[in-house]
Design a protein around this ligand. Structure first.
Ligand SMILES: [Mn+2]
Length: 323
């Protein structure tokens, strides 16, 4: 781990990228549209600048992301002499599957999570950005790059997925302007929005059914909590890659300020997703349990059975709601 992390400006980050000859771009585990969109956008940016880059992920990448490009096989990669860049990764712990010595040698991190742990040698952090991909758009502008169709589509992917199709409160006027410019550059917005927001797999519907079946209300209806245990997630009807999308469901219940989804990771371990409405702070709720994230969306992990995990998260929710 580096002793000190240098905080870069956008301009310095752009200058840094100009000097990159051969990079490996690290994405976070349980990869989403933003980490992969940022990874493939950055690969393209580095290539336009005359360098080479590969994108890797320690986890399986869902088939629906294949239009972005192909991630490199970890086993085939030679990290020697390469610039290691992490995108959309707030914490070194969020890259499971990637060897620890590689994570620890990250040269640069580009991120939009306020909770970034500053594990890389250099960091560009813009916590106002709706998505790490919004930063990729800023970098293109800074570098004088007009995105081609593929680059525009990669950037658009992260923006549209991290904002829930421009619905979450992280969406700003700048986000819309970026999206509009990307559409002008030929981003395949119709295809991308249909893929992520208008298409549900049978596995997703199965998980949605389970979310509703197991939904419980607490604290006078201010908190909705649901549990998807390990066996539900790993049943033949389910698909782990669909888990991310269902985490927003509990928060949609009328009167709910905090929506909690407990996901059985392995025997005796739960990954918890928290989604909030103002004034509840999801990041504060999860930080108390060793996790982190954004004000409206955050996550953490709890060891123990479902009852233990439920008790721990509800205690933290109670604190946030002053109950
Ligand atoms: Mn993101």
């Amino acid at each position: 781990m580096t002793d000190k992390c240098k905080i870069l400006s956008l301009k310095e980050t752009a200058e840094y990228l100009k000097g990159v000859e051969n990079a490996v771009i690290l994405t976070h585990s349980s990869p989403d549209g933003d980490t992969l969109g940022s990874g493939f956008a950055l690969k393209r940016i580095i290539e336009i600048l005359g360098g080479k880059a590969e994108v890797v992920c320690g986890d399986n990448v869902a088939e629906k992301f294949s239009y972005l490009g192909k991630t490199a096989n970890l086993e085939d990669l030679d990290f020697c002499g390469k610039t290691i860049i992490a995108v959309d990764v707030a914490d070194i712990k969020l890259m499971s599957g990637i060897p620890m010595d590689i994570r620890e040698s990250a040269d640069l991190c580009i991120d939009h999570h306020q909770t970034n742990k500053q594990y890389a040698k250099n960091l560009y952090l813009d916590s106002e950005a709706s998505a790490c991909c919004e930063i990729m758009h800023d970098l293109c502008k800074q570098l004088g790059i007009t995105p081609d169709k593929d680059l525009a589509s990669a950037i658009f992917t992260g923006i549209v997925t991290d904002t829930g199709c421009f619905q979450f409160t992280n969406t700003t006027s700048k986000t819309h302007i970026a999206a509009a410019e990307l559409m002008s550059c030929g981003a395949n917005s119709e295809f991308i929005i249909k893929l992520f927001f208008e298409t549900k797999s049978p596995a997703r519907l199965y998980l949605e059914k389970k979310v509703l079946e197991n939904l419980e209300l607490y604290f006078d209806g201010k908190c909705a909590l649901t549990t998807l245990d390990f066996n539900t997630i790993h049943s033949e009807n389910s698909d782990e890659s669909e888990l991310d999308g269902v985490a927003g469901m509990p928060r949609t219940v009328e009167g709910v300020l905090v929506g909690v989804t407990l996901k059985g990771k392995e025997e005796g371990k739960f990954k918890i997703s928290v989604r909030t409405h103002a004034p509840a702070d999801a990041s504060a709720i999860c930080t108390r349990l060793g996790g982190g994230g954004h004000v409206r969306a955050a996550g953490c992990q709890v060891t123990g059975d479902a009852e233990t995990a439920k008790k721990a998260i509800l205690e933290s929710v109670a604190k946030e709601l002053n109950i």
